[in-house]
Design a protein around this ligand. Structure first.
Ligand SMILES: [Zn+2]
Ligand SMILES: [Zn+2]
Length: 219
């Protein structure tokens, strides 16, 4: 495991959990032997296990899986995404980006990460959302240390080559349809844009911790 982490991050941090730092979730949860430094301020919040992919949950009474087509799943997902995005932006303030994990591991499945433009909006959202219910389940919201989703995502997944599948410990983000992208963001998702379009509009990030050793790790 240590060698595995070292191969990913370049150097191994024996104190802080690199997974929590970069991804905001770690499969060991509270039993992790390394520290999960929960941020006191952040632009980003995570709504844990909020999205339920009907392909994972649809089961008939005899336990066999119902067939849900890819188109139905995409439509269901786009509706979910639009509803959450629109409501949070109207209630709490401008959203820079929102991402949803399609992973299957308990600590990542259905996690919704919302990065607001302002930390105050994120703080208020966490406080209020923890009193809310969604689809019959209590919402669990917390501030997340994630600031740069390019560092939390599985690069192999983006190239269609992740061999770890749904139980990968890096984010497998589910894309929304192009129409919805245009509607919500106006110019496509930022983290998937070609590098040249990133110049000029990267926000200042007050909550980014100094972490020189973690910047250039390969997944
Ligand atoms: Zn951990
Ligand atoms: Zn992966």
């Amino acid at each position: 495991m240590a060698e595995y982490l070292a191969s990913i991050f370049g150097t191994e941090d024996k104190v802080n959990c690199s997974f929590y730092f970069k991804i905001g979730a770690c499969r060991h949860g509270d039993r992790c032997s390394r520290l999960h430094n929960k941020p006191t301020f952040s632009q980003t919040i995570v709504l844990l296990n909020l999205y339920q992919n009907p392909q994972n949950t649809a089961q008939t009474a005899d336990g066999s899986h119902c067939h849900v087509s890819d188109e139905e799943v995409q439509e269901h997902y786009d509706n979910f995404f639009e509803e959450v995005f629109t409501e949070l932006q109207e209630k709490y303030g401008e959203i820079e980006e929102m991402n949803v994990c399609d992973n299957l591991g308990d600590h990542l499945v259905g996690n919704v990460y919302v990065k607001f433009r302002r930390e105050e909006d994120a703080e208020r959202a966490v406080a209020e959302l923890n009193n809310r219910w969604f689809n019959g389940q209590a919402v669990h919201a917390e501030l997340s240390p994630v600031t740069d989703f390019r560092e939390s995502c599985c690069r192999q997944y983006e190239m269609g080559e992740c061999t770890r599948g749904g139980f990968c410990n890096f984010m497998h983000l589910r894309p929304i349809s192009r129409n919805l992208q245009r509607q919500l963001y106006g110019r496509g998702p930022r983290h998937r844009s070609p590098p040249r379009s990133h110049t000029g509009h990267r926000p200042r990030e007050r909550n980014r911790r100094h972490s020189p050793d973690h910047r250039h790790g390969r997944f």
